[in-house]
Design a protein around this ligand. Structure first.
Ligand code: ADP
Length: 285
């Protein structure tokens, strides 16, 4: 707690969502840049988000340097600034497979870490994966994350964006009583993210169709995966996506399985990172 809110200048708004607004700020004395996320006190889950960010510390998670009280009684998270923004702004316009493998590998390292801390993110989507211009990919926004109890129980509810919810999460009755692996939902979310970056649009409904709750529920629980043309992707990539998007959570690949998957494990690390940096640089212009 060596930071105080009045030590920072607000430079611009980086984004906003359900939880609050994220500002780019600079520390007056050091000129260091950060992202400052204000979480409104009345927002459901505000206390959980603060608990979770205090529990996690990993190179693949957006680092929270400090939790600061505001004059109005809200909390402000002083976060490491991710200067490439979030992956939602990189959707569309083609994503080379090498860059996709790098996104998947780093997101999986983040998920493996979260698992070791018994944390389920529950809101894996492109807007919540942040990147730096040097090619780091980190998981952010713990607004609806949850610490899993020893008994394996967690709060199962329709929260987060329905578009990225796994089939079993639509079955709240069953998920709640501990019969479902809570971590499998984050693997599903990662699969949707990879497919969305590959296809350049939300992948589980036909282009142009409205993302209504009913249409999403039908497509996610009962629909077939979109066909990816052979020419547009390698067998390893198609197999990776299918392993993430296995509808039955008991058959879905685990984070550990996926870290060993050839799509990720056999990538040329240096070339993949370079490919990702190039995508970020092109879109940041
Ligand atoms: P919410 O919980 O309100 O959805 P997020 O934490 O997802 O808020 O942040 C909203 C947006 O702000 C993100 O999609 C991203 O574009 C931007 N943002 C959030 N955190 C950072 C960060 N550490 N660095 C840069 N941009 C960020």
């Amino acid at each position: 707690g060596e930071f105080r809110l009045l030590d920072f200048d607000r430079l611009s708004v980086l984004g906003s969502g359900n939880g609050g607004t994220v500002h780019k700020v600079s520390h007056r004395r050091t000129s260091a840049l950060y992202a400052l996320k204000i979480i409104h006190r009345g927002h459901p889950g505000a206390a959980d988000e603060v608990e979770v960010v205090r529990r996690v510390d990993s190179p693949h998670i957006v680092r929270c340097h400090s939790v600061l009280p505001t004059a109005s009684g809200d909390s402000a998270l002083l976060l490491e600034l991710m200067d490439g923004g979030s992956l939602d702004s990189l959707v569309g316009g083609g994503f080379p497979e090498a860059a996709l493998a790098e996104v998947a590998a780093q997101a999986l390292s983040g998920l493996a870490y979260l698992r070791s801390r018994r944390v389920v993110h529950r809101d894996m989507k492109p807007a919540n994966l942040l990147v730096s211009k040097t090619g780091d990919v980190k998981i952010g926004d713990f607004g609806i994350a949850e610490v899993v109890s020893r008994a394996g129980k967690y709060r199962a509810a329709y929260e987060g964006t329905a578009a990225y919810m796994s089939p079993e999460r639509f079955d709240t009755e069953r998920s709640r009583d501990g019969g479902v692996d809570p971590y499998a939902a984050d693997v599903w979310g990662l699969g949707v993210i990879v497919l969305e970056l590959l296809m350049g649009r939300y992948p589980l409904l036909p282009a142009g169709q409205k993302l209504t709750w009913a249409a999403l529920m039908c497509a996610i629980c009962f629909g077939e995966l979109p066909a990816i043309p052979d020419g547009a992707s390698s067998p390893a990539l198609r197999n990776f996506v299918a392993a993430c998007l296995q509808k039955d959570h008991r058959k879905r690949a685990s984070v550990a399985d996926l870290l060993a998957h050839p799509f990720v494990a056999a990538r040329d690390v240096a070339a993949s990172r370079r490919a990702l940096c190039q995508v970020i640089e092109e879109r940041c212009r």
